[in-house]
Ligand binder design. Structure first.
Ligand code: PHE
Length: 448
């Protein structure tokens, strides 16, 4: 039985959904903290360069694979295959991407659960339920189980509704909320003492660090994570775009939104850290570097919100709601990868497939939670530092070496006849064939 597929109903719907997938904890938490620990603006410059020269072409490769194949990642790649070997390779690449998405979701859901619990805490405090407020941030094991479960429930709830009624509708609601909250928070932080110093730290480059291998690797990893590459997500989102749309421009717009929101998040987080310092909160670790990672989000920022009195409860609430929304529009894309595969390849009804995959991923989360000190880092590193770059590289190899150049150009020209004559798109198949895989491999091997 052929399963009827969903499609984004509008250009805006696609942009919001794909930008929703791209914009997540990686932008609002990862990017600012990486910037802080890698020489401020030097990191920003390298990141921008790599995002446009490597991540964007790889991103386009994944979108084009999906739009050409009009199916889940495995089927789409297999449609380009001409030999049995190609088909097997297609299965390997597509399926690995789907597993990678599921693994990312299994730890991402835990972190998103922390964000939700920190958003609920001020609400409980305001309503006088102080014991509840204390419970959500101190009881780590039951709290983790409860909030990861809650977050997975929301993700499943949206994905069960399908493309137009689920992904598109919710991305269109949540993304504008996210952007508004982000801008309001930035405006507020800039009224506080210490923000200028933070702005300076964010924007003054230490150019001598630009070529440091550590910085290059972090910037590339950040760019790939941020555009959700190597996870089958952009293949499946690409497959829901109508052939009438101009994919090249849409892809560029999504990349621009993603990069801009990361940049804006830096304008919020780094000045906020210096405001915290002006309030007496310690923002440097013992080795003199800025506190980053969970120490920043769950210690420094809450300490800052605490110094703001009752107003701080609202700011804290807004900040963690922002984080939760960013996480949700990303997590739905991660779940869509495996769900679309099961629906299309195994003829399972969408709602059933969603609940089934969602529960399996939640069980993996529970396994991580049971030994969180070791497992969280292990799964995160496996999926994002190894899985994503390798799979993204294989997708480029697939497009460059297996797909026919004429077919590629034809697909690029759908919805935009003139693009084929532009220099960039003429060399793009060649670029994806040689430059992207080589550059990814070099940076990757370097990081080992
Ligand atoms: N891009 C998302 C972020 O920045 C994370 C993500 C990775 C989403 C992989 C989907 C797939 O948080």
């Amino acid at each position: 039985m052929a399963v009827s597929r969903g499609e984004f109903s509008s250009r805006l719907g696609f942009i919001m959904a794909a930008a929703g997938s791209a914009v997540g904890l990686g932008n609002i938490w990862g990017f600012p903290t990486q910037t802080a620990s890698n020489g401020g603006a030097a990191f920003v410059l390298v990141y921008l360069f790599l995002a446009f020269t490597l991540a964007y072409p790889a991103f386009m490769a994944e979108l084009l694979i999906g739009r050409y194949g009009q199916a889940n990642a495995v089927t789409s790649l297999q449609k380009m295959s001409r030999t049995l070997f190609h088909k097997r390779f297609a299965f390997f690449v597509g399926f690995s991407g789907i597993v990678c998405a599921a693994l990312i979701l299994s730890f991402y859901g835990i972190i998103a659960g922390w964000m939700m619990s920190y958003a609920i805490e001020p609400v409980l405090t305001i309503t006088g339920i102080n014991s509840g407020a204390e419970w959500v941030i101190t009881q780590s094991l039951p709290r983790n189980i409860l909030f990861t479960g809650l977050f997975m429930f929301l993700t499943i709830f949206i994905i069960r509704r399908g493309v137009e009624d689920g992904i598109e509708k919710w991305s269109k609601r949540l993304m504008p909320m996210l952007i508004t909250l982000l801008i309001l928070l930035i405006a507020y932080v800039f009224t506080l003492e210490g923000a200028d110093e933070g702005l300076l730290a964010y924007l003054s480059p230490d150019i001598s660090r630009v070529l440091e291998p550590g910085l290059l690797i972090s910037a590339l990893g950040q760019a790939f994570f941020s555009l959700s590459l190597g996870t089958s997500v952009m293949v499946i989102y690409g497959s829901y775009i109508s052939k009438k749309e101009n994919l090249v421009t849409l892809g560029a717009q999504v990349t621009l939104i993603d990069v801009s929101i990361a940049f804006l998040a830096g304008l919020l987080i780094i000045p906020a850290m210096y405001v915290a310092q002006a309030q007496g909160v310690a923002i440097f670790a013992e080795d003199g570097s800025l506190i980053s990672g969970s120490g920043l989000v769950f210690t420094v920022l809450p300490a800052l919100f605490n110094t703001m009195g009752s107003g701080g409860l609202f700011v804290g609430f807004a900040f963690f709601v922002l984080m939760s929304i960013a996480a949700l529009t990303s997590s739905i894309s991660m779940l869509e990868g495996p769900v679309s595969y099961i629906v299309e390849r195994h003829d399972v009804e969408r709602k059933k497939a969603t609940t089934f995959v969602g529960i399996i991923i939640f069980l993996i989360s529970l396994a991580i939670i049971s030994n969180i000190g070791v497992m969280l880092d292990f799964v995160a590193i496996l999926a994002t530092q190894y899985g994503q770059p390798i799979i993204a590289m294989l997708c480029c190899i697939f497009v460059g070496w297996i797909w026919h150049r004429n077919e590629i150009l034809q697909e690029i020209q759908q919805g935009n006849e003139h693009v084929g004559s532009s220099f960039f798109w003429k060399i793009w198949p060649w670029y994806t064939k040689f430059v992207c895989p080589t550059a990814i491999a070099i940076v990757f091997i370097h990081s080992l």
